[in-house]
Every structure is written in structure tokens, then in C-alpha cells.
Design a binder for this molecule. Structure first.
Ligand code: BES
Ligand code: ZN
Length: 458
């Protein structure tokens, strides 16, 4: 009798966990060049694990940035092909002092694996490698698979489009499968049906040509930090609306029917507040918390600095002030257009006392994926088989810019089958991934392939 995926997980549980812990020990942070050798190590690690699991043509493909790990198993020209995408790069771990255990020394506590990248996205890509190992070693692989793991997702996938364009034939597939999103809870599975886009800006406000004595000049010369704060404060009004002219012009308003359907997904506001230790939520008037965090655009300061921030006190009227500001976008808004609107507006509201400079970092387009597809229905059945409950379609607030790019460059839809939870603290200190989620993913993925192939034939 064939070994079931659950039996296989049971037999190899410890090894499956230990291999993931090894991957998590590699600090493959993409923002900072000092981790370049770790980026290479993580890519090589995945290459070796794909080879060991039975993939062919496995290679670490160089790009002008971080390499892309590719591997495939092609078993039949007439069978569908699934392209699995994920990222092995991680966000910086700082502030490191807020971690209970070091970010690159993975630790298991309360059923969770604590480490930077545990959920986003190493834990989730590794589920695919292990599900593949199971299918290969038990003769259960029903279709062609291609793997593509990149190392620049967290910095905007800068070199991926170029790679995709240069390798159209190699990447040919019927659907893209991505696990880099979250689900509602371990009891309530969900499948992501949309992602927001992004415009990430950096601003510099310059006052006097040098730092000044705040007693000698203070009161007579404008302080660029004060100006920056006022400018930022004016970007949103009391109702949480963004004040940049034309910002909402193209925003798609959902129908009441769609909004009512969204509101049926379980959400507990009290628990949400308790988990974040906040007394009240805040957001755009007229929308509830779930809507604010998924179908509505946003503007947030990600970091702000200038002047003296060292120990003790220094009396200084600074010459410069800086901020990093990001906007999350929804369908029909484009990153280029919104970045331009922001830059124009920011320059327009600057008083004559300062000079401003606005730079664009990176961006990505929003996307909505159809639930009326074979892949979605197959994933729905797969979740039903392993969670015992039909998953809920859910639009997510995060961004995976390549989803829109794959659609544009390859004409392919993605299936966003993520197993994380919003409470996994991705991008925050103490990021973690549930052991339950890791194994549930490994268990669910082979069902997806099986149903996808069966349902493609009809
Ligand atoms: N995995 C996240 C995106 C995500 C998280 C989607 C939760 C849905 C739910 C991804 O790794 C990420 O963080 N993306 C960046 C993209 C950016 C750097 C271009 C993001 O959303 O900030
Ligand atoms: Zn991320």
C-alpha cells in the first residue's frame, strides 16, 4: 500500500524540522550587502535540497543582483506544469535587542519555530521542497513541477523581471503556486485572492546649510524636522483619508455585495486589539478594520530621522530631516502614477524655508486573482481534505509584486496558498511559524497537485 503524506511526515518529522532550522540559520538578508555570502549560501542550500529531493536541472542562476534557484521535474508533455515561486531572502532582523532569542538561531517554543524568515518565506518555501520529496519518493507526482526561488523579494524583486523575460521558455507553466501569504486561523483556512501594490518613497528636507546651535539660531531659522513632521501630518486628515490630490481617483469601490461577503470572514476586533496591545484601532472612515487592511490604499511613515539621536542631549538645529514613506495600492492605482502624485504634492506643500528632495525606492502593482479557476478550486478541495473545512477567499494587505509581473510577462495567474498567520510577526522581532502550519502545508500541497491534475482533465 502506498505511503500517505501523513505517514511520510510522521516518519521524517524530525529531519523535516531540522533541515528547515538549518536554512533559518543562514542570515540571508537582502537589504544589506554585508550578507551577500549568506545569500549565496542560502541559494546553494536550496539547490542541494532540491537535488536531494529528486529535482532535475537544478541551478543557481546568476542575475545582476541575488541569484535565482531553479529546478524542475518534467514527467510528461501532456501533463500540466506548476511553477512554484518563493523567496529565500529575509528582512533585516533589527531591532535585534527586542528578540527573545537570536533571530538566526532558530528556537522551538510553544509549538512555534522562532527565527527571521521562519514564516516569510523560508518555512513556506521549504514546505514545497518537502512535499515534492514525498511525491517523488512515493511515486505520487502527478504533473510537471518547476521551482523558482528568488533572493530579492524583500527589496522589490529588482532583477526578477529581467530573468523572467530572458527565460520565458524555461518558465513556461500553466499556473504559478506561491506560499507567501497568511490564512485566517489554524481552524479557518483561507486562500488569498488579492494583494496590494506598493510605492516606497524617501524624502529629504533641508533647512540651513549646516547644523546650527539651537540657542543662537533657534526661533529665527526654520527647523527641517519640524517642517517634515508638519508635512507628514498633513498627508492624512482626521478621517484617515489621504490628502494627496487625485490619490483616490482610480480606486475601485467594491459593491455592497462584495463587502458583505468579505464581512462574513471571521474577525474578532477585541482579540485584534488585545493582540497588538492597543486601546483603539484607527483607519479610513467608512470602512472596517479588515477592509482598511486589504481593499483600501494607505500611507505610512516607515522611518524618520535627523538631528541628534545619540545618548544624552545635544542642542542642535539640524540641517536635514529624512523619512521613508510607503503607500499600499489597490487595483487600478499604479505604482508609477501614485509615486508621481506623491512627489508633486510633497514638493507643492513644502514651505519656502526648506528644500525638498523626493526619491522613489521600489514599487509593485496590486492584483486580484480570480477564484473561478481550476487551480483555485483544486486548492479549495485540498484544504477541505486536510483542514476538514472549505477555505475562505480573502484579499490580503501585503504585497508580492511579482504576481502582477508574472501575469504581465508570462500571462500566468498565481494561486496564493499561504499557511502563515497574521500573528506570526513577519518583518517584526520574534517572527515565528507554527510547526502545525509547516506540516499542514506539507500535507496539503500534494493534494493540491492531485486535484489540480484531475480537474484539469475535465
Ligand atoms: N510575504 C510578504 C507579503 C505578504 C505578507 C502578503 C502577508 C500577504 C500577507 C512578502 O514577503 C513581503 O513582505 N512583501 C513586501 C513587498 C515589498 C518589499 C515590495 C511587502 O509587502 O512589504
Ligand atoms: Zn516579507
Amino acid at each position: 500500500m502506498a505511503t500517505t503524506v501523513n505517514q511520510y511526515i510522521e516518519q521524517h518529522k524530525d529531519r523535516f524540522l531540522n533541515e528547515l532550522l538549518d536554512l533559518l540559520r543562514i542570515p540571508s538578508v537582502s537589504t544589506d550587502k554585508k550578507f551577500k555570502s549568506d545569500i549565496i549560501n542560502a541559494a546553494n542550500f536550496l539547490k542541494d535540497r532540491l537535488v536531494a529531493a529528486g529535482a532535475d536541472q537544478v541551478e543557481v542562476c546568476p542575475t545582476n543582483g541575488n541569484p535565482i534557484v531553479y529546478g524542475e521535474k518534467l514527467i510528461g508533455k501532456d501533463l500540466p506544469t506548476v511553477l512554484v515561486y518563493g523567496h529565500y531572502d529575509v528582512q533585516p532582523a533589527d531591532p535585534e535587542n527586542l528578540w527573545d532569542t537570536p533571530p538566526f538561531e532558530p528556537t522551538i517554543r510553544n509549538g512555534n519555530i522562532y527565527a527571521r524568515g521562519a514564516c516569510d518565506d523560508k518555512g513556506q518555501i521549504y514546505m514545497h521542497v518537502k512535499a515534492f520529496e514525498y511525491m517523488i519518493s512515493n511515486g505520487q507526482l502527478p504533473c510537471n513541477i518547476k521551482f523558482m526561488f528568488e533572493g530579492e523579494e524583500e527589496i522589490g524583486s529588482v532583477h526578477l523581471a529581467e530573468f523572467v523575460r530572458a527565460n520565458r521558455e524555461k518558465l513556461k507553466a500553466d499556473v504559478i503556486l506561491i506560499s507567501d501569504t497568511s490564512m485566517i486561523s489554524n481552524e479557518v483556512p483561507s486562500i488569498a485572492t488579492g494583494l496590494r501594490g506598493l510605492s516606497y518613497m524617501e524624502v529629504e528636507v533641508t533647512g540651513p546649510n549646516r547644523d546650527l546651535h539651537s540657542g543662537v539660531y533657534g526661533g529665527a531659522v526654520e527647523n527641517p524636522i519640524n517642517v517634515l513632521c508638519e508635512m507628514i501630518a498633513s498627508l492624512k486628515d482626521k478621517d484617515g483619508k489621504i490628502t494627496i490630490p487625485h490619490f483616490y481617483d482610480k480606486v475601485e469601490e467594491l459593491s455592497l455585495e462584495e463587502r458583505n461577503a468579505m464581512a462574513e470572514a471571521p474577525f474578532n476586533l477585541e482579540e485584534y486589539k488585545r493582540e497588538l496591545d492597543i486601546a483603539e484601532v484607527f483607519g479610513e472612515k467608512g470602512y472596517d478594520t479588515s477592509e482598511r487592511a486589504s481593499i483600501r490604499p494607505t500611507l505610512d511613515v516607515n522611518g524618520i530621522w535627523g538631528g541628534y539621536t545619540g545618548e544624552g542631549a545635544k542642542t542642535v538645529l539640524p540641517s536635514k530631516a529624512y523619512a521613508k514613506i510607503s503607500m499600499r495600492l489597490v487595483p487600478h492605482q499604479t505604482s508609477d502614477e501614485i509615486s508621481q502624485l506623491f512627489a508633486n504634492h510633497f514638493a507643492a506643500i513644502a514651505p519656502k524655508t526648506v528644500k525638498v528632495k523626493v526619491d522613489f525606492h521600489h514599487g509593485g502593482e496590486p492584483i486580484v486573482v480570480s477564484i473561478d479557476s481550476v487551480a483555485y478550486r483544486a486548492a479549495e478541495r485540498a484544504c477541505e481534505a486536510t483542514f476538514g473545512r472549505k477555505p475562505i477567499p480573502k484579499r490580503e494587505g501585503g504585497s508580492i509584486p511579482i504576481v502582477a509581473m508574472f501575469k504581465r510577462e508570462l500571462g500566468l495567474d498565481s494561486l496564493l496558498l499561504g499557511f502563515g498567520l497574521d500573528s506570526d510577526a513577519i518583518h517584526s522581532p520574534n517572527e515565528h511559524y507554527g510547526i502545525f502550519n509547516y506540516f499542514k502545508g506539507i500535507e496539503t500541497i500534494p493534494y493540491f497537485y492531485q486535484y489540480y491534475v484531475e480537474m484539469s482533465k475535465k
